[in-house]
Write a protein that binds this ligand. Sequence first.
Ligand code: SF4
Ligand code: SF4
Length: 298
Amino acid sequence: MNMTWTSIQPILIPVIVVGGLGMAFGVLLAWFAKKFAIKFDPAIEKIESVLPGVNCGACGFPGCSALAEAIVRGDAPIDSCPVGGTRTWQEIGRVLGKEVSVRETRKAVLICQGGNEVATTQAIYRGVADCRAATVYGVSFKACHYGCLGLGSCQRICPFEAIRMDETTGLPVIIGSRCTGCGRCVKECPRSVLTLLPARDLVVVACTSPDTARSVKAVCRKGCIKCQLCVKVCPVKAISFPDGKIRIDRKICTLCGLCVDKCPTGCIVRNIRNSVPAEASSSVPVPAVPVEVEEPMR
Ligand code: SF4
Ligand code: SF4
C-alpha cells in the first residue's frame, strides 16, 4: 500500500500539534513547579513529632503543625508550647541545635473561695449554664462581682479534663496531675479567678476583690478585707498592699505560713494547688443547659 503525504497528513498533523502542546505544557508545568515549590524543612516534621499533638491552641497557633513551622521560621520561641513543658523544649532545642533556658512549669490555680455557704447568692439565675453568658449584661446572681460563678465554663474548655466542679462548694477543682498549664481555662474565665502559678509550694491570696472590708464582708466569708495584718506579720516583708490589693512577692516569701495563720478570713491559703489525683476525682460534668439557683443564700 502506497502511503502518500496526502493520505497521512490528516493523522500526522494532529499528532504533531498534540505532541507539541503536550511538550509545551510539560515544560510550563516543570517551570511552575520549580518557581512555586514549597521548600519543606525536615526540622518541621521532627519538631511536630515532639510536640504533644493535642492541637489545643494554647501557644496561640491553630495547631501543633503550625507551631512547628513558626518555630523553624523563627516566628515563635522554642518554649512556646506550655503543654509540652521543659522536656519538649529541650527536644526542640536539640533539633534546632539551640540552647534552651528552662523556666518553671506552671499550673492553673483558683484564686477564689467564694463557693456555696461562703459567698452570698442574691438572685435566681435561669440562664444558660455558662459563665460568660452569665456576665454578658454585667448582672451577677452572686453578690460578689469578682468571685467564681461556678457555672463550669472552665471545666468544659479544659482539653485535658483537669478540672472538676465540686458538688459541695460549687467551685472548680484543678486536678494537678492532669493540668498541663495550657491556660485555656484562664482565658475562658470571665471573672479572672483562674491564674497560672509555678507548680510548687506557694502561699496565695485567694481573693481578687478590690472592695472595702465592709463590702467584702457583706458578700463573702472568705474574702480579703484589706486589714493588712498579713503585711504586718510577714517577717521578710514579702507582702505589700500597693494598689488596693494584697500582693505576695514569691521571690521573697519563705513559705513560713505566718500570714496564713494571721489572716482573719482565711483568704490566704498555703499550697492552694489542689493536687487531687486523677483517679480520686469524681468529675461532675456541668452541662451547658439552663440552670436555676433555687435558694438565694444569705
Ligand atoms: S472559675 Fe471562672 S470559668 Fe470556672 S466556674 Fe468559676 S467563673 Fe466560671
Ligand atoms: S486546668 Fe486549665 S491550664 Fe490546666 S490543662 Fe486544663 S485548661 Fe489547661
